[in-house]
Design a protein around this ligand. Structure first.
Ligand code: CMC
Length: 465
């Protein structure tokens, strides 16, 4: 989007499909790429360093596309999210199995294809008993994200017979991961609760199976509830993919080295855990509980607005959405219907709605274009479904597995796999002699000589004039 404070670009004879970079007297013409929809312009700097010794600097990759992808499209200004071209509002009325099929294969299944796909997935849901025994090595109160991450990596040992050098083998890995992650996540929940692990049933669908593995009694008895199953499926659909977010980029970066796909996925689980990303759903519920009642909201909002303060309005803000997150709108509406369907109430829903109302009318949030994201309301639904708060992020990981592995598959099936390797703007010491240990001062400097670099060394990082 054009910045009104910046001078308009000069209208010389530059080809509209070309960007011109001028450094001193040197001029470099760079091709401009376009998305298949929308009006974003992507300046292709591939090879610029080799050609011209020039790098770009973009902390947090706010203006950098690291890959092509045909899976998910977001227009953050308009609040649009498409999976393979289909709006999230419409896809959310289908099933998670349909979404997983779409993400992996690019097109929606027929009803026969969907049935066969789900049957294939369900048949792969059991995991090796030895994988489950890994749990016993962990402390009971280990965060379930750590348990999930360990078990996902360890899957590689149980499926080393699959040849991932061929697309068919990669697809099989994708099916395995989508199938086994519910079993792993449910096992992590039950281990944390000190309950025996429940194995999947070949008689149930994907989400029903998962809910049974989480909530059945020790003998495996579980009463199905359609409201719960539908709500679970919707949560999974809404979290399934979100283009090149931090965890997906982590999966791609790890996968670009040719590592085991299970290990790449596990890296994604680790990246998702952080409160700025998938860990936000857990943080939101803790925040809402901390606020407690509607009358405490103004005090909380005031703390968020303190410059340099530590309090954040969790579940608000997004790197890409600068309007609203369409997933948040869907989940907010689902909160009312799911709570009513389950016959439960949650006073935190009132706190959340009022918090949203107050924040959206406050200039601090309006000026910074901060809106509720998917995590703001999801915790209310997951609590109503009786998931422990620590399970919120593992549930996100379960759902995102289809997106992660679809993105991995897209990357490794491309004609060329390029290892991801960002460059840096070095700000450390200049080259200096290595001093003998007995000559070093308390700050690591040498008694014999002066530092030529270190914290006081002249830095050129900001020399951008
Ligand atoms: N509460 C208060 N202030 C905020 C918040 C927030 N949640 N988010 C951003 N800001 C402020 C930030 O302090 C900065 O203010 P200033 O310009 O005065 O320094 C301004 O808004 C711009 O923020 P930013 O940190 O530069 O934005 P970002 O794109 O780097 O970060 C974010 C995006 C999602 C990490 C951030 O908004 C955040 O931490 N939100 C809370 C955590 C959260 O809900 N995460 C879930 C994201 S959606 C699920 C997913 O896809 O993982």
């Amino acid at each position: 989007m054009a910045d009104p404070k910046q001078p308009a670009p000069s209208q010389d004879n530059v080809n509209p499909g070309t960007a011109r970079l001028q450094i001193g007297n040197e001029v470099f013409d760079l091709p401009i790429r376009r998305d298949s929809i929308g009006d974003a312009r992507i300046v292709d700097i591939t090879g610029l360093f080799q050609r011209a010794g020039v790098m770009t600097y973009d902390v947090g990759y706010t203006s950098t596309a690291g890959t092509e992808s045909a899976i998910t499209y977001i227009d953050g200004d308009k609040g649009i999210l498409l999976y393979r071209g289909y709006p999230i509002e419409e896809i959310a009325n289908g099933s998670y199995m349909e979404t997983a099929y779409l993400l992996l294969k690019g097109e929606l299944p027929t009803s026969e294809q969907l049935k066969a796909f789900e049957a294939d997935i369900v048949s792969r849901m059991p995991v090796h008993e030895q994988l489950l025994s890994i749990l016993d090595r962990h402390k009971r109160d280990t965060h379930p994200m750590a348990l999930v991450s360990s078990m996902v990596t360890d899957l590689s040992g149980f499926h080393s017979d699959i040849d991932t050098s061929k697309p068919e083998g990669r697809y099989e890995v994708a099916l395995n991961l989508i199938a086994k992650i519910p079993t792993i996540v449910a096992a992590a929940q039950r281990y944390s609760q000190g309950k025996p692990v429940i194995r999947p049933s070949s008689q149930l669908g994907y989400s029903e199976n998962f809910l049974r593995m989480c909530f059945a009694d020790a003998s495996g008895h579980y009463v199905q509830n359609d409201v719960l199953t539908k709500a679970m499926d919707r949560v999974f659909i809404l979290h399934a993919d979100h283009e090149q977010n931090a965890s997906t980029s982590t999966v791609r970066l790890a996968g670009s080295t040719g590592t085991e796909p299970y290990a790449a996925l596990s890296a994604g689980v680790a990246a998702l855990w952080g409160p700025a990303h998938g860990g936000a759903n857990e943080a939101v519920l803790k925040m809402l509980k901390g606020i407690g009642t509607v009358d405490k909201i103004p005090e909380f909002i005031a703390a968020v607005k303190v410059k340099g303060g530590e309090t954040k309005l969790m579940g608000f803000g997004h790197r890409v959405y600068k309007n609203f997150d369409p997933r948040a709108n869907i989940i907010k509406a689902d909160c009312d219907s799911v709570l009513a369907g389950l016959g439960v109430s949650n006073p935190l829903l009132e706190v959340a709605k009022e918090l949203e109302r107050i924040a959206l009318s406050d200039p601090y949030f309006k000026d910074r274009k901060l809106y509720p994201n998917v995590d703001f309301y999801s915790g209310i639904i997951l609590s109503a479904m009786k998931f422990p708060v620590q399970m919120f992020t593992p549930l996100f990981a379960l759902a995102r597995t289809s997106g992660w592995i679809a993105q991995w598959q897209e990357m490794v099936n491309a004609p060329k796999l390029t290892i991801g390797r960002p460059r840096q703007n070095y700000t450390g010491p200049e080259q200096r002699p290595y001093p003998a240990i007995e000559t070093r001062g308390p700050n690591g400097d040498s008694a014999r000589g002066t530092l030529t670099g270190g914290v006081d060394a002249p830095k050129r990082a900001t020399d951008v004039a």
